[in-house]
Each structure stands twice: as structure tokens, then as C-alpha cells.
Design a binder for this molecule. Sequence first.
Ligand SMILES: *Cc1c(COP(=O)(O)O)cnc(C)c1O
Length: 381
Amino acid sequence: MNAPATRPRTSRSTTGGHEPTLEIDLAAVAANTRRFVRQARGEVMAVVKADGFGHGLHAMVRTALASGATWLGTTSITEALAVRATGVDAPVLSWLNPVDADVTTACRHRVDLAVPSENHLAAVVEAAAWSGYRARVHLQLDTGMARDGAAPDEWADLMTTARRAEIAGHITVVGVMGHLARADEPGHPANTTGLRVMLSGVGTAEQAGLRPSTRHLAATAATLTEPETHLDLVRIGAGLVGIDPSESTRLRSALRFTAPVVQVRRVPAETGIGYGHTHVTDRATNLALLPVGYADGLRRDASEGAWVLVAGRRCPVAGVISMDQVVVDLGDDPVQPGTEAVVFGPGDDGEPTVYDWAHWAGTIPHEIVTGIGHRIRRSIR
Ligand SMILES: *Cc1c(COP(=O)(O)O)cnc(C)c1O
């Protein structure tokens, strides 16, 4: 049987009922990607780490490339190989690996490797010399985060060694990369400093005789707010799925998370709800039970303040979110069991968004979208 081109908005499980579902709207991802392709001065890398920011690796890769992205980026080699396994031909960069990672397999599958230290470089050169695969390397510089990348006082030695390995035919230095700590604060002086440090690193590379053609520094926020940081390539992750860390641009969210009401009960005033009775009703009301909890990505620390949309009404979470379930307060009007509750979505119909959940949980939307549990059914449309 052929798979249907589009799937219905609600889904039925093998047991016949509705089930909690994460809908992924690839048209939104495509629209966001095209926006970045238009805005970037150079090329666009789609960053598809963490299972494409929780949206599904395969779907994100396919959609981003079809919408104008020309590079793919991941953290680990394992993730990069998963990208290659989708059959794409575009360059794939992996930037976070231990020194004893399987760089031979990475080279064999034409995975570009970020190199943050002389130890990493030595491992890549050895694997290349031994296997005969010329490695494609991006020198990864610490441009002001004290996180990943080589510190400025290591650059000269790293680049001299890299140039020697290039002449020996083991590697090609195709790129230099940095990352900004405070790009979500447009105009912050740390961004100007980061760009200056990055360009001085490129200068050091050129003095060593290297000719990196792909200089890349900006991620989503800097791409939207600091055009001079674009250089040859921008690396976009959050923006593809509708998150702008600088909150300066309206992008389109691609996720809609729904769950069916399992049970409805009428309770009197003074009823304690859930573990620890952290919520006690102040009036008679109707409660609905949803079969999703913190194991599914409903943050327990959002219990206070969170609400979902049921039958078009905002229904606050009542009591603490459990591992597998949550109770919401319907107020005076009950609904039928089976009614769909919207946990979050793009916000078009008044439902909460991932920004709301992030706010309630005291975190950023990235952590919400990458935190949806594996047992939630995915429905791609
Ligand atoms: C995750 C990541 C990105 C993507 O950042 P967004 O703000 O999500 O676009 C870019 N570069 C590096 C090194 C990353 O780790």
C-alpha cells in the first residue's frame, strides 16, 4: 500500500483511540529555511543536531536542502553519519567529538570535521595517513565562550601543524569556525569582539599559508540581527524550527502537540489534586485527565502557571505534572472524554506556544522542542 501524501490532523492508534501526537509541519520549516537563505550573505548550513531539534532528522534534512540550505551540521560523528545515511550529497560538518572518535569512518563518508586542538588534529592526520582518505577540516576557534574551540594562544601552533598536514596531503583546511556567546542580545559588545577575534583567527590561518574558503561564525540570532557576522556561511538550527533566540523576528513554529482527554470528573470545593495535593480547588469544578507527563516533555517545573487549550478554552494545569499524566481544570463546562487538548502549537488558535512552556519552566524554547519524549507519536505533514 502506498503511504498517503498527507496525514490527517488527528491520528488513531492501533487500539482504536486518539493518542498523544506531535505534528511536525514541514511547510513551516521550509518557509523558515527560505527566509534564512534570502537573508544570509553567504550559504546556509542547516543544523540538525539532537534529531533535528526534536523534529526528526530525516524530515529536517530533506526539507532544509529542498528549501535552499547547502550544508548540514551536527555535533557528533554518529549524528553526521546518520545524516549521510539519508543519502544526501551536501557537505556535512561534525563539530564535537572526543579525540579518539572514529574519524576514519567520518572521512570515508566525507564528513567534515571541526578540529579544536592539536590533539584532535593529530588524531585526524593519523587516521587520514593510515586510511588514505584526505580529511576535510574546519579549524574551530574559541571566539569568546571559553567552551569549545582552540584558545587564541594555541592558534599559531595549531595552524602551522595544519598547514604541514595539508602539504603532506592528509587534510584540507576548508573552514574556520567560531561561535558567539551573546548573539541573542543584539548590539552587545561581545558580538563585535567575537567577530574581531574570529577575523584575527582567519588572519593567523592565512599567515600560516592556509586558505580556508568557508569562514563561519553566526547561528540563528546573529544571522537575524548582526549581518556583518554572516561571512561565508551561517549555521541555523533554532531558526529552522521557528525559534529566534533574539526574539526580534517572527518565525513559524513547526510543532503542534495534542493529547486526548482520557477522563472527566466533577469535584467539590476543597479537593486536593495529584501528588502532594499541591493544588486544592476553591470551588466545585470539572477536571480533565490527559495521558502526557514529564516523561513526554511536559516540564514538571511548569506545573505552576501552565495551561492547555481544550475546546477553545484555556484550562490551567491543576496540581503537579506527573510522569505520565496531568490534570487540567475545565471549570464549569465539562467536555466529552476523547476531546483533543492542545498542549502547544504555533499559537494560531489561541493555544500556548513553546515560548509559553519555556517561560513557565524558566528555560528557553530549545529545551522544550528537544525534550519531547520518544513515546509520543510523530506525525509529519
Ligand atoms: C547548535 C549550534 C548552532 C545552531 O544554533 P542556533 O542558535 O540553534 O541556530 C550553530 N553552531 C553551533 C556550533 C552549535 O552548536
